[in-house]
Ligand binder design. Structure first.
Ligand code: COI
Length: 371
């Protein structure tokens, strides 16, 4: 099959944000609030395939109210970051993994796949154009949000839409749940009433609808004084899955004290295959930890914490990086993990990952992708 090269028409704007205003934003970036000067767009329809690629001004998207995304929610997205390296260059982290997951999400939502090269080129194009927007403060980065929506003006619901818009936007960011002195420990809420994803559903896809369905439980978590909701499996309501925007990892020790491992719920089809999750499983060996994709239920989690067999738990994701979990709360249950503060394994894994992402330690895994 002939390789189709999809090109982008580059139309930089004449009046980017002033250097002074940009600097003020970059000094204290707040996740997801201020966006860079440009965006990349690309369209798909059944007749032409992918076409009309552009780098253009960050601007409103005009769509008819009948566009099918507004009615049936065909939307998928990715989260990734560009990191300022010590020598001033800029690196993406494993962008082809995000491209591959984007296509897995597209397949599940019956949307068109985008060639991996085109996905990566679109992201690179935006980062290169808006490179002045990549902050260099500790723990800061340029957060990238590629997404795709169904644009066909129809309420027809028997077949997927026949036209789509792919778009990449970017915003300077600090790690979510971090303070100036490092990560803070989260209190998490066990959602016993609601479920995020059922077998056969869209839980493994990064689809906007999964997040829409999570807000009610997330609001309940906040009302209970917690930071995030922990989702249990939809069938037995007891197995730990993920936190919605982040995967969960457990530092688990054998009863004889001989070995320790990084345990995370296996990818059963109902949880998101995180790029950070996969990277940490690969890094675990460097800290002398085994890697274990397994399963754990609520009772086991509590009992193993009390017995000292689980000493640390943390959430991981692109936006949050690594966020330690200090306390777990449910309707009838509450316990502390370790001493409730970020643990040593959590902090070392975080240093290792951030070290690679910011180019402070050599990347012998080939994960960094200089833009
Ligand atoms: C990310 O970590 O990049 C995500 O996409 C999660 C999102 C809910 C912020």
């Amino acid at each position: 099959r002939a390789v189709v090269i999809i090109d982008f028409d580059v139309r930089p704007i004449r009046n980017p944000m002033s250097e002074l205003d940009r600097r003020e934003i970059l000094n204290a970036p707040v996740f997801g609030k201020v966006f860079t000067d440009h965006m990349v767009t690309l369209r798909w329809d059944a007749e032409r395939g992918w076409h009309d690629g552009r780098l253009e001004a960050f601007q409103n998207i005009a769509l008819p109210p009948s566009a099918s995304v507004f009615h049936y929610g065909q939307e998928i997205f990715e989260g990734m970051k560009a990191y300022r390296q010590q020598d001033g260059s800029i690196a993406l982290f494993r962008p082809e993994r995000n491209a591959a997951r984007f296509n897995a999400s597209a397949r599940r939502l019956a949307m068109p796949e985008l060639p991996v090269d085109t996905f990566v080129r679109a992201v690179e194009l935006l980062v290169r154009q808006d490179r002045q927007w990549v902050p260099n403060g500790d723990g800061t980065s340029l957060y990238l949000r590629p997404f795709m929506i169904a644009t066909e003006p129809t309420l027809g619901f028997t077949l997927p839409a026949r036209s789509y818009l792919f778009c990449v936007i970017a915003c300077p960011a600090s790690a979510v749940f971090s303070t100036r002195t490092g990560p803070r420990a989260l209190t998490v809420w066990l959602s016993e009433e609601y479920a995020r994803a059922a077998p056969g559903g869209t839980g493994a896809a990064k689809a906007g609808g999964n997040y829409a369905a999570a807000f009610l439980a997330q609001r309940e978590a906040v009302e209970q004084g917690c930071d995030q909701v922990v989702w249990l499996d939809a069938v037995e309501h007891t197995w730990i899955e993920e936190m919605g925007g982040m995967n969960l990892c457990f530092v688990q020790h054998s009863a004889d004290g001989e070995s320790s491992s990084l345990m995370t719920p296996a990818l059963t089809g109902t949880l998101l295959p995180g790029v950070t999750r996969d990277s940490l499983l690969q890094l675990a060996g460097r800290l002398g930890l085994g890697r274990n994709e397994g399963r754990i239920n609520v009772q086991q989690w509590r009992k193993q914490c009390e017995a000292g067999l689980i000493t640390e738990v943390f959430a991981c994701g692109t936006a949050a990086v690594i966020a330690p979990v200090g306390r777990v709360r449910g309707a009838n249950d509450e316990w502390t993990i370790g001493d409730g503060r970020p643990g040593p394994v959590t902090l070392r894994l975080r240093d290792e990952l951030l070290g690679i992402q910011y180019g402070r330690i050599p990347d012998d895994l080939g994960w960094t992708h200089i833009v």
